[in-house]
Design a protein around this ligand. Structure first.
Ligand code: IPM
Ligand code: MG
Length: 405
């Protein structure tokens, strides 16, 4: 008994410190930063962190596409690319930090970041068990909205996921405790402010894009405090958007994963908003339906900074098996498309979006398999660049879209 009370005291102390930090974070959210106005920035600095594993390969291709599409802006000096080295597993392991201090400083000097996948160590592998660089960057830059589009034109599917990115089961994922050799406890956090800002962003997106439905995904029937709060906030926000003809429904995560596989129902979903871990899982499933996680990109948006990345990890096995050149660069190029849109180049982004659809979904003159029997990332990027520059891109895209829907 006596032994128990001392471990409980120690755990309480840890929990107290965690709560104090979270309450401070709530105060920071209440104070809030102003949104960056990219139109007022000259130059807009795009930092590139290649990451590791296949990241080194596929981020190179995405950068090549962006540099090509921003040739004029680079010459005029309104956009600048900046290398941010050091976000590699070797360097992070050396410093025993998710993001070494000097790397974080360099990242903060950029306005937006194009980030390749980074290896996330786990118990038992050869790296020190440091926190995920993704999770750390999302927290440090307060990138609260992880926006992940998935499109399957031939099925009329156009989903956009708003995954909460700074709370849920993730924010304290490296702060759980082994209370005794037999008992481990993790913490899950959802705040009023954190839920509200992501849910509002999802509804605003629906309003701006004249969409009619926002789907909220939780497990509020079982996880009553945190998911219960997310659900309550969503119901309140939904009320405000009824006058715009936007309807809202709530699904539990388990049945939602099933419904994404239901061809009769899935095209009815439009905007989905969900806490961190559910968003992580559901977006991998959605991406697989689109053609694989290698085709899906995402935006991590905060008020001050934004970071754009593939939705998948660094696939170290592809590298050890010598297959990195066969890794699909479309996930990182899609991230680039979202970056262009975010900093104010909507027309260029639309062009890139069309080229991605023509090459990846319609014409498919080249196909990637992740192996030597398919194309390389380099070839795929050249194919895409060729379409980007073609005068008939829009006409071809329209024709294909019509034929396929
Ligand atoms: C993602 C990834 C990351 C996450 C990993 C690499 C830490 O799976 O962006 O979805 O879990 O968020
Ligand atoms: Mg994931």
């Amino acid at each position: 008994m006596k032994k128990n009370s001392s471990v409980i005291e120690k755990a309480k102390e840890h929990f107290g410190a965690v709560l104090a930090e979270q309450l401070e974070r709530v105060e920071r959210m209440k104070a809030g930063d102003a949104w960056t106005d990219y139109k007022k920035l000259r130059p807009v600095i795009i930092g590139v962190c290649p990451g590791d594993g296949i990241g080194r390969e596929i981020s190179k291709h995405s950068r090549r596409v962006l540099e090509h599409m921003l040739t004029k802006e680079r010459e005029e000096g309104s956009v600048e690319f900046c290398d941010v080295p050091g976000l590699t597993i070797e360097n992070r392991a050396k410093h025993k930090k998710a993001i070494p201090n000097d790397v974080l400083k360099a990242i903060k000097q950029c306005h937006v970041i194009l980030k390749g996948p980074t290896t996330t160590p786990q118990t038992g592998d050869k790296w020190p068990n440091i926190e995920s660089a993704n999770v750390a960057m999302r927290r440090e830059l307060d990138l609260f909205a992880n926006v992940r589009p998935v499109k399957i034109p031939r099925e009329g599917i156009n989903w956009i996921f708003f995954r909460e990115n700074t709370e849920g089961a993730y924010i304290l994922g490296s702060r759980g405790i082994d209370v005794t050799p037999d008992l481990s406890v993790d913490f899950k956090v959802i705040t009023e402010q954190g839920a509200h800002r992501i849910i509002r962003m999802a509804f605003e997106y629906a309003k701006e894009n004249r969409l009619r439905r926002v789907t909220v995904v939780t497990k509020a029937n079982v996880i009553k405090s945190t998911d219960g709060r997310f659900s309550r906030v969503a119901k309140r926000v939904a009320e405000e958007y009824k006058e715009y003809g936007i309807e809202s429904d709530e699904w539990y995560i388990d049945i939602m994963t099933a419904k994404l596989l239901d061809p009769a129902r899935r095209k009815d979903f439009q905007v989905l908003v969900l806490p961190n871990l559910y968003g992580d899982i559901l977006t991998d499933e959605a991406a697989e339906l689109q053609g694989g996680v290698g085709t899906a990109g995402s935006a991590n948006i905060g008020k001050k900074w934004a970071m754009f990345e593939a939705i998948h990890g660094s696939a170290p096995r592809m590298v050890t098996e010598g297959r990195a050149i066969y890794a699909d660069p479309f996930s990182m190029i899609r991230a680039g498309e979202m970056l262009l849109r975010h900093i104010g180049f909507a027309e260029k982004a639309a062009r890139l979006d069309m080229a991605l659809a023509v090459c990846g979904q319609f014409e498919k003159k080249l196909v990637m398999t992740g192996r030597g029997n398919g194309s390389t990332g380099d070839e795929m990027t050249a194919y895409l660049l060729d379409w980007i520059d073609r005068a008939d891109l829009e006409a071809a895209w329209k024709k294909y879209t019509k034929e396929n829907t």
